[in-house]
Write a protein that binds this ligand. Structure first.
Ligand SMILES: C[S@@+](CC[C@H](N)C(=O)[O-])C[C@H]1O[C@@H](n2cnc3c(N)ncnc32)[C@H](O)[C@@H]1O
Ligand code: SF4
Length: 468
């Protein structure tokens, strides 16, 4: 049995700050898959075959932004109105075609996520068109339909068109409320503008308003973070995500740090180190969960997501971690079809060309005439044999509780040395039924997931147990 500190963390009097050195990656996972070529016959077969999945989602990608924010590398294309309108027309046509296929019709969808980029930057009419195209798919009653984006430019016409056409959840990147930190990060709007708009939107009787905050941004001191949490609790939003800043290669913060610079505010070049970020997470989690003000208590749904109102369900995020089927649409959209992981090309012209009724795209015109969505270039992977098994750990550790009832007793025994090391290092508590992550464990949960998959790769488990 091989156990390393990258799997177990290290013993420390303060595991929150020191169990691991740094957050390893935004998400954990192992693939166990290889790239596969999808020929036209297979593509047709996929769309004509009913799904085997019992839970499913749609992911629709809108790859446009008006500005490149310092911390982010999701910026793909500048938001030119004509470019967006061409894209939306093609995308909605593809959705309408896909919705009628045997694959789409075979089982209702539980949740739909329109992500980006900045989907809220499309026009009010485009939002209505997109909403109608989504409603062409069979959806479960009260399916969660999310529109992601930002508050700037999201006016009442857009909100009303979204609500009138089936959207019921809105996820806005706030990142920080602090005006100076926002300016340094390249964000529009000041704190008062954001608070006023969030308070208006949150008055809606049923729609769920969710905000993202990041801790660790340049110029964001602990004091500012505390004010961010206070503002998140006061702004009326029904849910909040607290994300640790991840160093993403190629973003402006990363490029500056390569030159030894911090893109701080006019008055501060402070940037929280890993230990301070751990304290920021702990402050946010404890403050949200404090039950001194009963009516204001927030409920934790995962290690980084809390809600204060039951209308917020976070179905997409939770199911995505369970490895469900997610049909992907749009340039840069990712998901899976019949167990095959898929990532569509991010290249807009390549994406458009794939659906153009030209000679080069003869095959795709054939597909259109058979009422099948166009085959878009990109990456397709063979089914991962351990996907369902791995999802139990991803979802369990992300939620903070890994329940052993979902696992065979032998698997729990095999993993016991790792679980015990986590307990000794203050990351989890262990009993016969489950492993519960401590606050420190929840902060380091992605490292723990990565460590668990490393443990399984180094100390393999019988394949039969994975498959069962
Ligand atoms: C794909 S972005 C879309 C956000 C939206 N376009 C906006 O302007 O706020 C979704 C979320 O990813 C998070 N994110 C982006 N870059 C990040 C980073 N480097 N570290 C942690 N979270 C990040 C942000 O909180 C952001 O709200
Ligand atoms: S935070 Fe949003 S607007 Fe800014 S670059 Fe990322 S996706 Fe684009």
């Amino acid at each position: 049995m091989i156990l390393t500190s990258s799997m177990t963390g290290i013993a420390s009097p303060d595991p929150l700050q020191h169990a691991f050195k740094v957050k390893s990656a935004p998400h954990a996972g192992r693939s166990g898959s290889r790239p596969v070529t999808v020929d036209d016959a297979l593509w047709q077969q996929w769309w004509q075959t009913p799904t085997q999945a019992d839970k499913r989602a749609l992911y629709i990608h809108i790859p446009f932004c008006r500005k490149r924010c310092s911390f982010c590398n999701f910026f793909e294309n500048g938001a030119k109105p004509e470019r967006i309108s061409d894209y939306m027309t093609t995308l909605c046509n593809q959705l309408t075609i896909a919705a009628q296929t045997p694959l789409a019709q075979s089982q209702p969808f539980d949740t739909v996520y329109v992500g980006g980029g900045t989907p809220t930057d499309i026009t009010a009419d485009e939002i209505a068109h997109l909403g109608r195209a989504i409603q062409g798919f069979p959806l479960v009653k009260n399916a969660e339909v999310t529109l992601e984006g930002r508050l700037n430019g999201f006016d009442d016409d857009k909100f009303n068109n979204a609500l009138d056409n089936g959207f019921n959840r809105f996820s806005f990147g706030v990142q920080s409320f602090d005006t100076a930190v926002r300016k340094a990060a390249g964000r529009f709007d000041d704190k008062d503008t954001l608070l006023a708009r969030l308070q208006q939107l949150s008055q809606h009787p049923t729609a769920s308003i969710v905000i993202d905050l990041i801790f660790g941004l340049p110029g964001q001191t602990m004091d500012i973070w505390q004010q961010d949490i206070e503002a998140a609790m006061a702004c009326g939003a029904h849910g909040v995500d607290l994300y640790q800043l991840i160093g993403l290669a190629g973003n402006r913060i990363d490029k500056a740090s390569e030159k030894g610079k911090i893109l701080g505010t006019d008055s501060s070049e402070f940037q929280a180190d890993s230990q301070t970020r751990a304290n920021m997470y702990a402050y946010g989690a404890k403050t949200l969960e404090a039950n001194t003000l009963e009516s204001k208590q927030w409920q934790r749904l995962s290690s980084c997501h809390w809600r204060r109102d039951k209308r917020e369900r976070s179905i997409y995020n939770s199911l995505a971690k369970s490895g469900i089927e997610i049909l992907p649409f749009g340039a840069g959209g990712g998901g899976s079809i019949h167990g095959h992981g898929m990532m569509n090309t991010r290249d807009l012209s390549e994406w458009h060309q794939a659906q153009a009724p030209s000679k080069e795209a003869e095959v795709n015109s054939q597909l259109a005439s058979q009422c099948l969505p166009a085959k878009v270039p990109g990456m397709t992977l063979s089914p991962n044999p351990s996907a369902a098994f791995d999802a139990i750990f991803k979802r369990g550790l992300d939620s903070g509780v890994l329940n052993f009832t979902a696992l065979e007793a032998d698997v729990v025994t095999h993993l016991h040395p790792l679980f015990e090391a986590w307990q000794q290092h203050g990351l989890a508590t262990l009993d016969n039924h489950c492993l519960s992550l401590t606050l420190a464990g929840r902060f380091w949960n992605v490292n723990m997931q990565t460590g668990l998959f490393e443990f399984l790769a180094t100390n393999p488990i019988a394949e039969a147990k994975i498959a069962s």
